[in-house]
Design a protein around this ligand. Structure first.
Ligand SMILES: [Zn+2]
Length: 370
């Protein structure tokens, strides 16, 4: 038996009191994070040292003495906030990320995380029991299997005001590992089409999706012409939110079907380990990269494969998948984004993305051999 983890995300409907407590908790966890980040920043600037002392044990109780209102909210959520800071800090000192940033009150995505202790997070009928909140109404569109244990909960609020909970579960299972048997596929991330596979499958979003996107752009333009906070402005704003939601749901639906299709068809899926946030920043793709659904898609591929005993392998993002000839292995010095066809000196000519996905598959194949 092996231990696996799986997260389940649900919409929750807190009543007014509960919503208040949630919002206060967002604020308190942010305060704790920022307070200790400021301290560490000061220490870092004065002697360039990484300072990690036993955080939970000493720092938090002291801060609670200073700011008694912190005692009112879920104490584990505060501890988790500090833990997140520690992780961000460690990542920085191990040169994986930039120095942690302060959390802004205006950030569009608010969340806090709390850990389950002695079954204090549990589903009861149409309600979810959460620390400090009691029973919160939940839309349980998908049941959590009985032998799955809830380990932690992340409560969040989307920009449109809706609340969600993501429950991280743990379970034991005897999943028989499926040998890859050379039934392998490589996926090359593509901006416009999500991916191009080494079998030349092009995963483009269905046409209705493009139509919705066009509709959204139109509605957004309409909104910008309205007088802010006027009656018409609210009307159009609601329309924009509705289209947004529709796009989000149909994207999710499409990605579920597509990922299901791939994990059924193949025994191993090879992808590049792209950091979407870094990518959208560096390459100036902006919004479209994060919105294209790749991150959500790879998460689906991973857990669906895991449950079938199949594999998803992420390869190094610095591997020159586009510049390498999939026929002779020659690596070009440069390849501009505009060059849609890969032409090699050896005579090999192929669509750029297809060539890249074959390279990705072959790197994965060599990793599977070990
Ligand atoms: Zn070649």
């Amino acid at each position: 038996m092996k231990t696996y983890n799986l997260a389940f995300k649900y919409r929750i409907y807190p009543n007014e009191t509960q919503a208040n407590i949630i919002n206060v908790t967002f604020g308190c966890t942010r305060l704790v994070y920022n307070r200790f980040l400021a301290q560490r920043k000061e220490l870092y600037e004065t002697d360039k040292k990484s300072v990690t002392y036993n955080t939970q044990a000493k720092e938090l109780p002291l801060l609670k003495l200073e700011l008694p209102f912190l005692k009112e909210v879920d104490s584990i959520a505060l501890q988790q906030s500090l833990k997140n800071l520690e992780t961000a800090y460690k990542n920085f000192f191990q040169k994986r990320t930039a120095f942690p940033k302060f959390k802004s009150k205006r950030s569009t995505r608010k969340s806090y995380n709390t850990v389950s202790t002695s079954n204090n997070i549990r589903v009861e009928g149409n309600f979810l029991k959460l620390p400090k909140l009691g029973l919160v109404k939940i839309k349980l569109h998908r049941a959590i299997p009985q032998n799955y244990v809830i380990k932690s909960a992340t409560i969040s609020q989307e920009p449109n005001g809706a609340y969600y909970v993501s429950l991280l579960t743990e379970f034991q299972r005897d999943i028989k590992e499926v040998p890859s048997d050379n039934n392998i596929v490589g996926l090359d991330f593509a901006m416009s089409e999500l991916f191009v596979s080494s079998d030349n499958q092009r995963a483009d979003y269905p046409r209705f999706f493009r139509k919705l996107e066009a509709k959204l752009v139109k509605a957004q333009r309409e909104l910008s012409r309205k007088v802010k906070f006027s009656q018409n402005w609210y009307k159009v704003k609601l329309k924009v939110a509705k289209i947004h939601n529709l796009i989000k749901n149909s994207r999710k639906d499409f990605l579920h079907k597509l990922s299901h299709e791939l994990v059924t068809k193949y025994n191993a899926i090879i992808l590049e380990d792209l950091n979407m946030k870094a990518m959208s920043g560096v390459l100036n793709f902006g919004k479209s990269v994060s919105d294209n659904g790749w991150g959500m898609f790879t998460t689906m591929l991973q857990y669906k494969s895991m449950l079938l005993g199949k594999q998803v392998i992420k390869i190094d993002k610095w591997f020159p998948s586009s510049k390498t000839c999939s026929s002779c292995g020659n690596i070009k010095d440069s390849l501009s984004l505009g060059e849609r066809v890969y032409n090699c000196e050896c005579g090999h000519t192929m669509d750029r993305d297809l060539n890249a996905s074959i390279n990705i598959r072959e790197v994965g194949r060599s990793l599977l051999a070990y």
